[in-house]
Design a protein around this ligand. Structure first.
Ligand SMILES: [Zn+2]
Length: 434
């Protein structure tokens, strides 16, 4: 058992089946260790000042509480018998700042129009860009807040949120401001990402020759303002690029990410969702924190991610959303030693879904992850994928008391049953938010 913190304990979660995800060592879990859950049967967690002050076998935790508190009858006790308790889930990839709907495109895709065709014809991301630019600041902040509420309701306590439906310096900065305002007023921990290179805006896609270079230079010119944004003061601030067919090529991606690195931003990349252009090898070369999607990634690139420690963020809800059967092969990433995370990719085009439990269930069946590997993928490894290792993704002393009480006493059941919300109670910073 680990203990710390002089404050009086006000809350104990008792009799829980704890999956701590903690071994005291930093970094993600990979390869043969990807599925190490740090399980404690008959466990307890003591909370003071919003943080975990003791966690482990319940008799040890209670001895600590009795030594620390003058009166233990003032402690709020929640009996978690029959419940698996996890660290608050981490959703490592979302696009929550948007207005409008793409239900019309969904219907068109059902009758055979492809996602990349819609994008090429001014739909897709461009449709959402038009609706989002037209929305007021307060409207966008309210929409993001409602989406954070839905994620927290599903047990997510740390959320990565990308811009990318602005695509001009003023709009992208406005969307960073939306993220800052919504995050400041919400209990969830928000990790911001600048995705200025999400799609080539129509103004740069003119005939006969699109001026792609001008837009890439415009994005690079935005980076000093992004890096100076107040969002970067309290934690990591990332830069992401959508490198794929119909979006940006690997040379353009390299130009943006290299400049972002020089500006002090963390790096992420949308890679291999539709076609393999080489962005995953680039992510490994540049030491990116994560590479995301990875449906068309080669074994050599998986090994490169393992070597660079870049987290492979797999997004099976997107594959479902596209009506595709071509899923990222989670088991192959594990076999090659790359740390694997699972995220929702919640966005209006390909994954309008806040349910990370469903990503977990699909990640086991079609990503061929074991249940334990998938549980690590939505907690510890997801925290590493957003630069929050040491802060989120584990039940460990000194961390924010973020935890999920599930509706089951068997970890396997959390992926076996699917389609529902498995979170019964959710704690964020030591307070019940569900
Ligand atoms: Zn995405």
């Amino acid at each position: 058992m680990n203990t710390a913190d002089p404050l009086s304990i006000h809350l104990v979660l008792d009799h829980a089946t704890l999956l701590t995800m903690d071994d005291g060592r930093p970094g993600p879990l990979a390869g043969a260790r990807q599925g190490e859950l740090g399980r404690v049967d008959g466990g307890a967690i003591a909370v003071a000042g919003g943080r975990i002050t003791a966690v482990g076998p319940r008799d040890e935790v209670w001895r600590f509480v009795e030594a620390r508190n003058e009166r233990t009858d003032a402690v709020d006790v929640l009996d978690a018998a029959g419940r698996v308790v996890l660290p608050g889930l981490v959703d490592a990839h979302t696009h929550l700042v948007w207005a409008g709907t793409r239900a019309d495109e969904f219907e068109a895709r059902l009758t055979g129009t492809s996602y990349l065709d819609l994008l090429a014809n001014g739909g897709g991301i461009h449709a959402t860009v038009r609706a989002t630019r037209a929305a007021s600041f307060d409207d966008l902040a309210a929409r993001m807040t409602a989406r954070l509420d839905a994620l927290v309701d599903h047990g997510v306590t740390t959320v990565e949120v990308k811009t990318g439906y602005g695509l001009t310096v003023d709009e992208e900065m406005r969307h960073l401001d939306v993220i800052a305002a919504a995050a400041a007023a919400h209990p969830a921990h928000v990790v911001p990402t600048f995705l200025g290179a999400h799609a080539l805006p129509g103004a740069y896609a003119g005939e006969p020759t699109p001026d792609r270079g001008a837009f890439v230079r415009a994005v690079i010119d935005m980076l000093p303002r992004v890096a100076a944004h107040p969002l970067g003061l309290n934690g990591p601030l990332f830069c992401d690029v959508f490198c794929d067919a119909g979006a940006f090529d690997v040379a353009e991606t390299r130009a943006v990410l290299t400049a972002a690195k020089a500006a002090g931003l963390g790096l992420k990349v949308h890679s291999d969702e539709f076609e393999n252009l080489g962005a995953t090898a680039l992510a490994a070369e540049l030491g990116a924190t994560s590479a995301d999607h990875l449906v068309a990634t080669t074994p050599a690139e998986m090994a490169a991610l393992a070597k660079s420690g870049t987290v492979a963020v797999l997004l099976p809800l997107t594959t479902i959303g596209l009506g595709s059967t071509h899923f990222a092969d989670g088991a192959a990433f594990v076999r090659h030693g790359a740390p694997v995370a699972l995220a929702s990719d919640w966005n209006p085009g390909t994954a309008p879904c806040p349910n990370l439990w469903l990503a977990l269930a699909i990640g086991t069946r079609y990503g061929r992850l074991s249940v334990a590997e998938a549980l690590v993928a939505v907690t510890r490894n997801a925290a590493c994928a957003v630069g929050r290792d040491g802060v989120a993704g584990r039940l460990a002393v000194g961390r924010s008391a973020d935890a999920v009480l599930t509706d089951s006493d068997d970890p396997r059941d959390l992926a076996y049953g699917f389609g529902t919300n498995r979170a019964v109670r959710v704690m964020l910073g030591g307070r019940w938010v569900r």
